[in-house]
Design a protein around this ligand. Structure first.
Ligand code: AP5
Ligand code: MG
Ligand code: ZN
Length: 213
């Protein structure tokens, strides 16, 4: 099963992808995480991605599509995967459909996680992430058991450079302009399902599983 998680920055894509991937036995693939890994390793791809990410802009389609198609060709995605943060433009969505079609596969469901704009900024400004396993936490709504350490792997928690108010606002603008059109694209394809993302994390996960199963 190939599932896309669609939603604004801070909607809870990463949070839900972690839960859903365990429940459904599917690999979690996040373009943002892949770019951040490349940056941490200091690769050419990482350096290129950094120049866009620090401004809150999208990395060019050509680069992003090449990276994701390579990733989903890996053995751990043979039975499908949960795509978090991809596609984000109509060009990416079409390229993904074509690539899957050539393998005799297709996207099964697109889960739109709906959250009001004022809540999104509140979530981004309080977010902390694990440096090792990328699990997201929130100082108020989802704190770790031990301050500064990951519950799952004891890794160090850090705040993302693009979670400043200015860059987060820019990311929201980019989302409304470039990613919102995907709602129409996947509605027409009969694949879009919606979940109320403005509820407790566990409740969002339950509702998501109910519409996906
Ligand atoms: P990416 O890393 O994908 O960032 P994003 O889309 O901006 O989304 P976020 O990761 O900020 O939010 P999320 O929905 O995952 O929320 P989370 O679960 O963490 O992309 C970063 C950059 O990489 C882009 O700007 C771009 O430059 C580049 N990029 C990535 N993909 C690309 C692509 N396809 N094409 C081109 N460029 C690309 O939750 C947020 C916070 O809220 C956390 O603190 C969490 O604990 C909390 N929270 C979650 N759920 C709840 C809840 N139900 N109630 C209360 N709090 C909650
Ligand atoms: Mg994320
Ligand atoms: Zn961790």
């Amino acid at each position: 099963m190939y599932i896309i998680l669609l939603g604004a920055p801070g909607a809870g894509k990463g949070t839900q992808a972690e839960i859903l991937s365990k429940e459904l036995g599917l690999t979690h693939v996040s373009t943002g995480d892949l770019f951040r890994e490349a940056q941490a390793k200091g690769t050419e791809l990482g350096l290129l991605a950094k120049s866009y990410m620090e401004k809150g802009a999208l990395v060019p389609d050509e680069v992003t599509v090449r990276m994701i198609l390579e990733r989903i060709a890996a053995a751990d995605c043979a039975q499908g995967c949960i795509l978090d943060g991809f596609p984000r433009t109509l060009g990416q969505a079409r390229a993904l459909d074509e690539a899957l079609l050539s393998l005799g596969k297709q996207i099964d469901r697109v889960l739109y996680i709906k959250v009001p704009s004022d809540e999104l900024l509140r979530r981004l400004s309080g977010r902390w992430l694990c440096r090792k396993c990328q699990t997201p936490y929130h100082t108020i709504t989802n704190p770790p058991r031990v301050a500064g350490r990951c519950d799952r792997c004891d890794g160090e928690l850090y705040q993302r450079a693009d979670d400043t108010l200015e860059t987060a606002q820019k990311r929201l603008e980019v989302y409304f302009a470039q990613t919102m059109p995907l709602m129409g694209y996947y509605t027409e394809a009969g694949k879009l399902v919606e979940v109320d993302g403005n509820q407790a994390i566990q409740k969002v996960a339950e509702d998501s599983l109910a519409v996906l199963r």
